[in-house]
Design a protein around this ligand. Structure first.
Ligand SMILES: [Zn+2]
Length: 382
């Protein structure tokens, strides 16, 4: 909701000539901001003089909320799961680079790794706000190691684990710390998982079910204990079956507690998910859909072999495989590519008419802007 402070010396910015998504339609309307918050111009005119300190001419572009990527393993040559790399510098580098893809905050994601990697990497990157230095960090997404060996995907099997006690002590033994952890992906069919789901949820950590052979009942149990997300829907889980729809069935389950929403990530790069599957998920549960890139180190790099955690992946055209296999690894798509692809598969419309990111703002500040090739495109301060 728009909010105004009645007294503030902060400059007011008025975005003019822009389109805003309102009531499911793009509408031409100005947007007013102050102190990084959207303000209600009517209240402004009523309380104060009613003026803007700065005008930004959007020249007909769309203004949309900044993208949030909940699953990104790295990119631009950086792999967050490589403890041999300088993780602080790596996260900062990616944080800066993804501004130009419209991402304003993200969860650096670690694939299944040995405990030593978690112990080394996790303490180094704290939750922090975004700005001109880069997109904000919401906390780590730990994908594994408590996942199904059968649905391990590109995760290295030798580090996949089951729960021994299902206690916090066990989690701390493996991860070292749960500070700065935002999301944990686990397989809910593992014995002991329900107490872990409860424990993590109570600590405000989002539990996501995935890399799993769980049946629907096991998925529903996890949700009942606090799980609220499904990791890359359709990928690394049982396929939909009409007698046991598996985790896919959570999209339409009538066993979700009242007032709760189960969200689900989708890699909408046109490779991991067929557009028809994307449409099925979106049509039956539109409010739960979260686009993720699941991007890996090779995002933004040329074809060839690149490290991913403890393994090597190979980029062939638009595909990323575990080297020497046809097992799909993470994607090499950027977030804006996913949004553009998703628009083709559904009705969602974001950003400018071609869905190219033209500028990125964090807390009301312009933190990235596409170079203007000529004065007929891009943004211009008036
Ligand atoms: Zn995965």
């Amino acid at each position: 909701m728009p909010s105004n402070k009645s007294v503030s010396d902060a400059p007011i910015t008025q975005f003019i000539n822009c389109k805003i998504l309102k009531d499911y339609r793009l509408q031409r309307e100005d947007l007013w901001t102050r102190d990084g918050k959207i303000i209600d111009p009517e209240k402004l005119f009523f309380d104060e003089q009613g003026y803007a300190d700065k005008h930004v001419d959007c020249k007909g572009s769309i203004i949309a909320p900044g993208f949030i990527d909940l699953q990104i393993n790295g990119g631009f040559g950086i792999d967050f799961s490589q403890s041999s790399q300088d993780v602080v510098a790596g996260v900062s580098f990616v944080a800066k680079k993804i501004l130009e893809h419209g991402v304003t905050s993200f969860c650096p994601t670690l694939v299944t790794s040995p405990p030593a990697v978690y112990h080394q990497v996790l303490p180094q990157v704290k939750v922090h706000n975004g700005g001109a230095h880069g997109a904000g960090v919401l906390g780590f997404h730990l994908e594994g190691p408590f996942i199904s060996k059968e649905k391990k995907g590109a995760h290295p099997e030798q580090f996949v684990r089951t729960f021994q006690s299902g206690t916090v002590e066990e989690l701390l033994e493996v991860y070292g710390s749960l500070d700065n952890v935002a999301i944990v992906t686990l397989a809910p069919e593992l014995a002991g998982s329900q107490s872990v789901v409860r424990e993590l949820s109570q600590r405000g950590i989002t539990v996501s079910v995935g890399h799993s052979v769980a049946n629907l009942h096991q998925g529903e149990e996890a949700v009942r204990h606090g799980a609220s997300f499904i990791t890359h829907m359709f990928n690394a889980m049982l396929p939909f079956h009409h007698r046991d729809p598996g985790l896919v069935g959570l999209l339409t389950s009538d066993q979700i507690p009242a007032g709760r929403t189960v969200f689900y990530g989708m890699i909408a790069d046109g490779i991991h998910t067929n557009p028809s599957a994307l449409r099925i998920a979106h049509r039956v549960h539109p409010s739960g859909l979260v686009l993720v890139t699941d991007a890996i180190t090779a995002m933004g790099l040329p074809p060839g072999r690149h490290p991913l955690g403890q393994q090597v992946i190979e980029i062939q055209g638009p595909h990323a495989y575990v080297a020497g296999t046809k097992t799909l690894s993470g994607s090499i798509a950027t977030m804006d590519m996913c949004v553009r692809h998703f628009r083709q598969a559904s009705d969602l419309i974001v950003l400018d008419d071609d869905l190219n990111v033209k500028a990125t703002y964090i807390s009301g500040q312009e933190v990235w802007r596409k170079e203007e090739e000529d004065d007929t495109c891009g943004w211009k301060l008036a």
